[in-house]
Ligand binder design. Structure first.
Ligand code: 5AD
Ligand code: SF4
Length: 522
C-alpha cells in the first residue's frame, strides 16, 4: 500500500467539529462506542491467527521521502515539548524519532510539564497496569490543560491502536487533543498543525499494517548506546499478546539501510548498538526474492568497527543454526541472549500458540550453550495463564533452574481485550497467581544473586554510561553480559570501555573499582 492509498484510509477526524457542523449529532460526552467505531472501520482488524497467516507480504513499501513541509519547519520556534514514554525499547526508540521530528520543527525539549507546549504520552498496551498508569497520567494533566488551553496534549503508541482505548479517551478525557497510532509517527508535523489550528480532537490511527519509513530524524537519548530498528511488527500471534495488533505485521528493514545506520553510529562515536524488533529472529522472512536472515545481517554488522552489538527480542521458534554459528564467532557480537520462554509447560505453551515445547526449547538452549559456553541467558515468563495448573506452574519453576537463567522479567497474565486468551474462562484465583509470581521471583532473585557472586574478584569490561543515579561520585555501566556495575572512577571514563575489578556482588548489580588501563576506545 502506498502513501496515497494510506492517506485515503487515513482517519484524520475532527470529531465534534465535523459532526456538530451537521447540527444533528450528540455532544461528545453522550456518544457511545458505536459512534467512534467509524474511525476504525477501514483499518481496524481484531487479532485473528488465521488472517495473520495470510497477511500480505507484497504490501510493504519502503519510503525514503520523509520531509517536513516548509510551513511547519518553524512552527515550534520558542516552544517546548515533553514526551513521556511507557513500555518497551521499541517505544523508547519511537520517542527518539518523535523528539527528532519535533526538534526539526523548531521545538525544544523540556522536563517540566508547566513549560511544555506539547505533551505526548507514548503508551504501552501490553498489560492492564501499563494502561492504568497512562489513564492516571491523562487525569493528572487535565488541570494543566484547563489552565493553558493552547497546550497540545497527545496520546500515541500502542494504546492508541486499540479501538476501546480511543473510545474511552474521546468520551471521558476530552482534554486530550490528539490521538495517533504507531504507524502514524511520520505524520506528526501534520497532526500537530491540525491540533493547533482546529478546535477539535484529531484522531489518526492506521491500525492495519504499516510501511517502513526510512529517513526519519532522531534525537537519541545518549551518546554511548543506541537502538537500531531492524524490523517492525509481529506475526506470531501468541494468544495472550496484543502486539500483533498494535504494531502490525512483520516487516524487515533492508540490510543496506541498517548497515548504513550502524556505520553512521560507529562513526559518531557510539560504542554499543542494540538491534530492535518484536521478534528479531524473524528478520528477513518477509523478503520475497532473497534468503537473508538475522544471522546474515549480524555477520555483516560484526565487521563494522563498533565494540558491542546486542539484539532483542528473540523468539525461540525462529532462532536458527545460522544465527548460532555467527554469534559463536564472538567479536563484537555479545553472548547475552534474551530468549523469552513464557512457560515451562508444553501444554501451556501450546495454548499460548508459542509453537515450541519445553523439550524443543531446552534443545535450543543446549545448542546455544554448546556453541557459546559462556553465554548468559535471560527470559520472560508469564504466570497464571488461564487455567494454568499447579503442576504446570511447577514445570516453569524447574525449567527456570534447568536452564539457569541469570535474570527474568516475570509477569502475571493480564487479559487483553480482543486476544484469544482473553475470551477463555479462567479458574485460577488472583491470589494463587500472586503466590506463584512470588515464588518464581524468589527463584529468579536466587539465580541472579548466584550468577553475580561468580564475578566476585573478577575483572570485567564495563561500558561506562555515566554517573550512578543514586550517587554522582559513582560511575555506572554494563558488562558485555549486561550486568550493571557501579564503581569509583574518573569522570573521563564516561563513554569508554574500562576494566573494573568486582569487589562486591549484589542481587541485581555489582560494585567494583576501576583498574587503570582503558580497554578499547574505537
Ligand atoms: N500478560 C502478561 N504478560 C504479557 N506479556 C505479553 N503479553 C502479556 C499479557 N497479556 C509479556 C511476555 C512478553 C513480555 C514483553 O511481556 O512475557 O515476552
Ligand atoms: Fe507478542 Fe512476542 Fe508473541 Fe509477538 S512473539 S505475539 S510480540 S509475545
Amino acid at each position: 500500500m502506498n502513501e496515497e492509498q494510506r492517506k485515503e484510509q487515513a482517519q484524520i477526524n475532527q470529531v465534534d467539529a465535523a459532526d456538530r457542523k451537521s447540527g444533528q449529532d450528540k455532544p461528545l460526552h453522550e456518544k457511545t462506542s458505536a459512534d467512534f467505531a467509524k474511525y476504525f472501520e477501514t483499518t481496524y482488524q481484531p487479532p485473528n491467527i488465521n488472517k495473520a497467516r495470510k497477511r500480505g507480504r507484497e504490501e510493504v513499501d519502503v519510503h525514503y521521502d520523509f520531509d517536513i513541509p516548509e510551513d511547519m519547519k518553524s512552527i515550534g520556534e520558542g516552544k517546548k515539548f515533553l514526551i513521556r514514554t511507557y513500555g518497551c525499547q521499541m517505544n523508547e526508540h519511537d520517542t527518539e524519532v518523535m523528539a527528532g521530528i519535533l526538534t526539526e520543527m523548531g521545538y525544544e525539549s523540556t522536563d517540566d510539564t508547566n513549560k511544555a507546549d506539547i505533551i505526548l504520552l507514548n503508551t504501552c498496551a501490553i498489560r492492564e497496569n501499563a494502561e492504568n498508569k497512562v489513564f492516571g497520567e491523562i487525569g493528572h494533566l487535565k488541570p494543566l490543560k484547563l489552565e493553558n488551553p493552547d497546550l497540545i496534549l497527545g496520546v500515541c503508541g500502542c494504546m492508541s491502536q486499540q479501538e476501546s482505548v480511543v473510545n474511552r479517551i474521546m468520551q471521558k478525557h476530552q482534554h486530550v487533543d490528539l490521538i495517533f497510532g504507531t504507524h502514524n509517527i511520520h505524520r506528526l508535523p501534520h497532526l500537530v498543525k491540525e491540533a493547533m489550528f482546529s478546535k477539535a480532537n484529531v484522531v489518526e490511527v492506521w491500525s492495519k499494517e504499516g510501511d517502513i519509513i526510512e529517513n526519519l530524524p532522531k534525537v537519541r537519548r545518549g551518546k554511548v548506546k543506541a537502538w537500531v530498528n531492524i524490523m517492525y511488527g509481529c506475526d506470531k500471534f501468541c494468544t495472550y499478546c496484543i502486539v500483533p495488533m498494535t504494531r502490525g505485521k512483520e516487516r524487515s528493514r533492508l540490510p543496506e539501510d541498517i548497515i548504513q545506520e550502524v556505520r553512521h553510529l560507529a562513526a559518531s562515536g557510539y560504542k554499543e548498538i542494540t538491534l530492535l524488533g518484536q521478534n528479531v529472529n524473524a528478520y528477513g522472512k518477509d523478503f520475497e526474492d532473497t534468503e537473508y536472515g538475522l544471522g546474515d545481517l549480524m555477520e555483516e554488522l560484526s565487521k563494522i568497527d563498533i565494540p558491542r552489538i546486542r539484539f532483542t527480542t528473540s523468539h525461540p521458534r525462529d532462532f536458527d543454526d545460522r544465527l548460532i554459528e555467527v554469534l559463536a564467532k564472538g567479536g563484537n557480537l555479545l553472548d547475552h541472549i534474551h530468549l523469552p520462554v513464557q512457560s515451562g509447560s508444553s501444554e501451556v505453551l501450546r495454548k499460548m500458540n508459542r509453537k515450541y515445547t519445553r523439550e524443543s526449547y531446552l534443545e535450543l538452549v543446549r545448542k546455544i550453550k554448546k556453541a557459546m559456553p559462556n553465554a548468559t541467558l535471560t527470559t520472560d515468563i508469564i504466570v497464571g495463564f488461564p487455567n494454568e495448573t499447579d503442576e504446570q506452574f511447577e514445570e516453569t519453576m524447574t525449567l527456570m533452574e534447568e536452564v539457569g537463567f541469570e535474570a527474568a522479567y516475570t509477569f502475571i497474565y493480564s487479559p487483553r481485550e480482543g486476544t484469544p486468551a482473553a475470551a477463555r474462562k479462567d479458574d485460577v484465583p488472583m491470589e494463587v497467581k500472586k503466590q506463584r509470581l512470588y515464588r518464581l521471583n524468589e527463584l529468579v532473585n536466587k539465580q541472579s544473586a548466584e550468577a553475580m557472586k561468580a564475578y566476585q574478584g573478577e575483572t570485567v569490561k564495563v561500558l561506562v554510561e555515566g554517573e550512578s543515579k543514586k550517587d554522582p561520585d559513582v560511575l555506572a555501566g554494563y558488562t558485555e553480559r549486561n550486568k550493571l556495575v557501579n564503581f569509583k572512577g574518573p569522570k573521563s571514563a564516561i563513554g569508554k570501555i574500562v576494566n573494573v575489578k568486582i569487589t562486591d556482588a549484589k542481587t541485581w548489580s555489582l560494585d567494583g573499582i576501576m583498574v587503570e588501563n582503558t580497554v578499547e576506545v574505537n
